[in-house]
Design a protein. Structure first.
Length: 407
C-alpha cells in the first residue's frame, strides 16, 4: 500500500544520492510481521504500527506518518461525541482487521462496547448513497488527516447527508493517549477541512496511531544517525511525487517510554551528532600512545645496545691495561711475541669500536692513553740491539787530513 510506496521512494532517492548507504526491502504481510522479522534478526529496520506488536529489540528512528482515527458523522443523527456512537452503524476505511480492532479500542475508552456498534463493509464510492439511504450513520477514516481518503469521505458524507458533516469529538483524548501508549493524540486545527463552513469549527484532538520506523538496539549509533539524516534529506524529493512523505516527523516519545528513541536518532534530533574527532578521536589518542610506546621501546633498546657497546669498549681498555701490567712483569730480553699479538688484536678491536661510535670523546682519549702506555711498557722490555761492528770504521778527527808519507 501507501507505506510500501513511501519506503520504495525513499530507497530510490537514497540510491541516486552520493551516500554509500543502500536499503534492501523485504516485503511482509503486515506491520506485525515486520516487527517479528526484526525481532528474529531477519532485518535491521522495520516499519511497525504503534497499536500492534512492537519488537523487543527495536527502538524508534522516526515517524513515517500519524494516522488519525477520524469519525465523521452524518448530520441530524444526534452524534456529537464518541459515546454517541453506541447502537450506530459505521463504515471503516480501510477495513482491515487491525483498523477494526483500533476502532473497538477507541470506542471502549468512552464506554462503547464493540457489540453495541454495527460495522458495515462498504467501498468508499458507495458512502454517499449509504448515508442518503441511512444504511450507515458515520464513517471512520484511518489515515493522515491531510490524505485524499479523508477529504473524499468528508465530501461523500456531506453529499449524502445533505448537510454539514460532524467531526466526532473525543473528550480527554490527550489523557487517554497518555494512559495508552499504543494510541496517539492527533490535533486538528480549526477549519482544517475546506467544507462550507470549514471543519472543524474549533481545534479538536482525536485519537490515532503512528507508523514507526524502528531499528535494532544493537545497530551502530553512528549509522542510525546518518540514516535519520539521509531519510529527512530525501523527504522533499519523495514528497514531490508521494505526498505521504511530507508527514514524516520526529517522534515525541521519551527514552523511558515503550517507544524509546534509538540513541543514533536522538543524536540527530538533539543536534548532538558526533564529529569525525568525536567518533575516532579516542583511536587517534590510543594510536598516538601506542606509537609513543613503540618509539620509547625502540629508543630503550637502542640505549641498551649503546650501553652494552660502551661497556664492551671500556672492557677493551681494561684488557690493554692488563697487557701493560703483564709487560712490566716480564724480564728484559724475554719473548714478548704473545703480548705483541694481544696488543695487535686489541688495537684492531679498539679501532672498530671507535668506527662504530661506541666510544665517547673521553673514551677515545682513554683508549689512546692506554695503548700508548702499553706500547711504552713493551718497548722498555724489548732486548737492546746488538753492538755495531767498528772494525772497518775510519775515525777522522777534524783538522787531520791524510798527506804524503814522510821519507
Amino acid at each position: 500500500g501507501d507505506d510500501m510506496q513511501l519506503v520504495e521512494g525513499l530507497r530510490d532517492a537514497i540510491g541516486h544520492s552520493a551516500v554509500s548507504l543502500r536499503l534492501k526491502l523485504l516485503t511482509v504481510s503486515s506491520p506485525d510481521a515486520a516487527a517479528g522479522t526484526l525481532e528474529r534478526g531477519g532485518s535491521e529496520l522495520a516499519v511497525v504500527r504503534s497499536d500492534g506488536v512492537l519488537p523487543k529489540n527495536g527502538e524508534t528512528v522516526l515517524v513515517f506518518h500519524r494516522d488519525a482515527a477520524l469519525f465523521i458523522a452524518a448530520p441530524k443523527r444526534k452524534i456529537k461525541t464518541a459515546k454517541d456512537l453506541a447502537h450506530k452503524r459505521i463504515a471503516i476505511f480501510p477495513a482491515s482487521a487491525q483498523n477494526i480492532a483500533l476502532v473497538d479500542n477507541i470506542l471502549s475508552q468512552f464506554g462503547v462496547k464493540p457489540a453495541d456498534v454495527d460495522r458495515v463493509l462498504l467501498d468508499d464510492g458507495d458512502v454517499d448513497a449509504a448515508i442518503a439511504a441511512r444504511r450507515i450513520d458515520a464513517v471512520v477514516s484511518i489515515a493522515p488527516i491531510g490524505s485524499p481518503q479523508t477529504t473524499k469521505l468528508i465530501n461523500a458524507v456531506n453529499n449524502g447527508g445533505k448537510g454539514l458533516p460532524v467531526i466526532v469529538e473525543m473528550p480527554q483524548a490527550e489523557g487517554i493517549s497518555a494512559r495508552h501508549p499504543s494510541l496517539d493524540k492527533v490535533e486538528i486545527p480549526a477549519g482544517y477541512f475546506s467544507a462550507a463552513p470549514a471543519l472543524p469549527a474549533e481545534a479538536t484532538t482525536v485519537l490515532g496511531v503512528s507508523y514507526l520506523l524502528q531499528a535494532r538496539l544493537d545497530m551502530d549509533e553512528t549509522l542510525v544517525t546518518d540514516l535519520t539524516k539521509i531519510l529527512f534529506s530525501a523527504r522533499p524529493q519523495v514528497a514531490a511525487t508521494l505526498p505521504l512523505a511530507a508527514a514524516m516527523d520526529k517522534p515525541e516519545d521519551s527514552k523511558t517510554s515503550v517507544r524509546a528513541l534509538h540513541l543514533g536518532a536522538s543524536a540527530y534530533y538533539a543536534d548532538t551528532e558526533k564529529t569525525f574527532m568525536d567518533r575516532y578521536g579516542d583511536w587517534f589518542y590510543i594510536g598516538a600512545m601506542m606509537f609513543s610506546g613503540v618509539i620509547s621501546g625502540i629508543a630503550g633498546l637502542v640505549g641498551v645496545g649503546q650501553a652494552t657497546a660502551r661497556r664492551k669498549a671500556m672492557h677493551l681498555i681494561d684488557q690493554i691495561i692488563e697487557v701493560k701490567e703483564d709487560a712490566q712483569r716480564v724480564a728484559p730480553g724475554d719473548d714478548l711475541s704473545e703480548l705483541e699479538a694481544r696488543m695487535q688484536a686489541l688495537s684492531t678491536t679498539g679501532l672498530q669500536h671507535a668506527r662504530d661510535g661506541s666510544f665517547t670523546d673521553a673514551g677515545i682519549a682513554a683508549l689512546r692513553l692506554a695503548m700508548d702506555e702499553a706500547r711504552r711498557a713493551l718497548d722498555d722490555k724489548r732486548a737492546p740491539p746488538p753492538p755495531r761492528d767498528r772494525a772497518n770504521v775510519a775515525v777522522l778527527r777534524m783538522g787531520e787530513m791524510p798527506g804524503p808519507a814522510k821519507p
